[in-house]
Design a protein around this ligand. Structure first.
Ligand code: ZN
Ligand code: MN
Length: 502
């Protein structure tokens, strides 16, 4: 194994420079992503969809004859899933099929004991769309969507002490499979796309990363190394939005190393082992024909009236890109700021509520502090258990100069940690209001008395001594003083001392 390449993401642009020789690497990636939808019931029966439950239910407790695949049972389509799929299709700028039907994908494996998966093959519900991301060159880039189709999730197999156990709770959970064209030129772009995709799905309310619902991707990846074209490798089983970059970066390096050793990358299917951080060969890829797709005779052809689609279109929320652009214009924000404020729909809504109460400047600043605090705890606003009013009340109090920067930030942190309103937190921790009970003059005098060395430094013209002294006062007041005011008082006292000394 050649171990000279340290940073995977650097290999993906075009040139890798190692031991003095120049190599050129071009990367081409396409993604197939499976998203579990957060419907109440499963795709073809009325069993509860387990993905939105707080805890994972006991194995095989959310099952019926249909999702167990008993002979003679008949599936019925959950219309919510059709509606969700069309929402996604429209949000991804796809063309929605006029009519669609389901097919059986035949295979033999115990995760699907009727020996076929109900999916869509010949006519997917939607095709031909695009998603905009920020490309490696920093410019906006369109990633083409090849197709979107509906299918059922198979059961979960648990391998334990030499046995394999089947949990059919997952069997029949509705999935959307979203397939891109091979438009990514780096693992980083693939990650940017997945994050954008998840953001859009969350805006649409059909997927929620704070639940147990998963996003899993398979990637097609090929490279051209010093002009030599490698075969396409399929990399399976990549969970989530962060793992994608790691898995693909590993695979790029692996393929580069095959060429470096004088070999050629062969066409194969590999499995991504998240724990080990490596990809391993799985099996030679079946051709699509080998699945023996046939039309699903138990389900009807679904036809969509224009009116139905128009109605769904009208119900779509403002999507992340539009919202970001509007924020930039309406509130004169920088792109990056608008991007942060629209990262979660609930945060964007909160910001817009807040801005009707306080200045844009304060609304932006404090919403960003809130975001930072949430990120630190690795949670989304919608799961934080904070009420909009609590946050608005706090920022209003700040704007009315009731609390200093320091105290406001600390209250906010407590609010996130303890899920309590302003009043309760202030009471519990006895946060002082700005200027309240603070005998500023007295404190300043004490600080001057106790820090003679710093005062001498100030007199000698060293300005950092002033900052130190102000800091001491802020500390003594536990942040309850207005730093500007402290500075003023401090300077006037010090200047008096200077005069006295003369
Ligand atoms: Zn069922
Ligand atoms: Mn699939």
């Amino acid at each position: 194994m050649v171990a000279s390449v340290s940073s995977p993401s650097k290999t993906t642009q075009s040139n890798i420079v190692t031991s003095g020789e120049k190599e050129s690497v071009k990367v081409k990636i396409g993604l197939e992503t499976h998203v579990q939808l957060i419907t109440n019931s499963k795709l073809f029966c009325s069993c509860r969809n387990p993905v939105t439950l707080e805890k994972e239910p006991e194995p095989n407790t959310l099952v019926c004859d249909v999702c167990l695949g008993m002979p003679g049972t008949k599936p019925r389509v959950n219309e919510k899933v059709i509606e969700y799929a069309i929402k996604v299709a429209l949000a991804l700028n796809c063309e929605v099929a006029a009519r669609t039907f389901f097919s059986r994908k035949t295979y033999f494996y115990p995760d699907m004991n009727k020996n076929f998966q109900i999916t869509q093959y010949e006519i997917p519900i939607a095709k031909g769309g695009w998603v905009e991301i920020e490309g490696d060159d920093g410019k906006r880039k369109r990633i083409r969507i090849r197709r979107v189709h509906i299918e059922e999730d198979p059961a979960k197999l648990v391998h334990k002490e030499g046995h394999t156990l089947g949990d059919y709770n997952r069997a029949g959970v509705p999935l959307l499979e979203i397939v891109t064209e091979p438009d990514f030129s780096s693992p980083k772009e693939a990650r940017a796309y997945l994050q954008k995709l998840v953001q859009i799905l969350e805006y649409l309310g059909i997927y929620d990363s704070t639940t147990q619902a998963t996003v899993k991707s398979d990637a097609n990846i090929s490279i051209v190394y010093n002009g030599m074209q490698g075969e396409r490798v399929e990399l399976k089983n990549i969970s989530g939005t962060k793992e994608i970059e790691r898995a693909l970066s590993y695979e790029v390096i692996r393929q580069v190393n095959v060429f470096r050793r004088g070999g050629a990358v062969a066409r194969e299917t590999r499995n991504w082992d998240e724990n080990a951080g490596v990809s391993r060969p799985m099996r030679m890829k079946e051709e699509e024909e080998e699945y023996g797709y046939i039309f699903e005779p138990d389900l009807p052809m679904v036809e969509f009236e224009r009116k139905f689609i128009e109605k769904i279109k009208a119900s779509l929320p403002e999507l992340p890109d539009e919202k970001r652009k509007r924020f930039v214009k309406q509130y004169s924000l920088k792109e990056k700021t608008a991007e942060s404020l629209t990262s979660e729909m609930e945060i964007a809504d909160l910001f817009e509520k807040l801005v009707s109460h306080v200045s844009v400047k304060n609304a932006v600043a404090w919403t960003l502090v809130l975001l930072k605090t949430l990120n630190y705890h690795n949670i989304k606003y919608r799961e934080a258990g904070i009420k909009d009013e609590w946050f608005i009340e706090l920022v209003r109090a700040y704007e009315n100069k009731e609390y200093s920067d320091l105290v406001t930030e600390e209250i906010l942190r407590r609010m996130v940690e303890e899920k309590q309103p302003l009043e309760k937190i202030v009471k519990k921790y006895k946060y002082p209001k700005l200027g309240e009970g603070v005998k500023l003059e007295e404190i300043v005098e004490n600080v001057i008395e106790e820090n003679r060395k710093a005062v001498e430094d100030y007199v000698a013209g060293r300005m950092e001594a002033l900052n130190f002294l102000v800091g001491q006062v802020m500390r003594a007041t536990k942040g309850a003083a207005d730093p500007k005011k402290v500075r003023e008082v401090m300077i006037s006292k010090l200047e008096n001392q200077k005069k006295e000394n003369k």
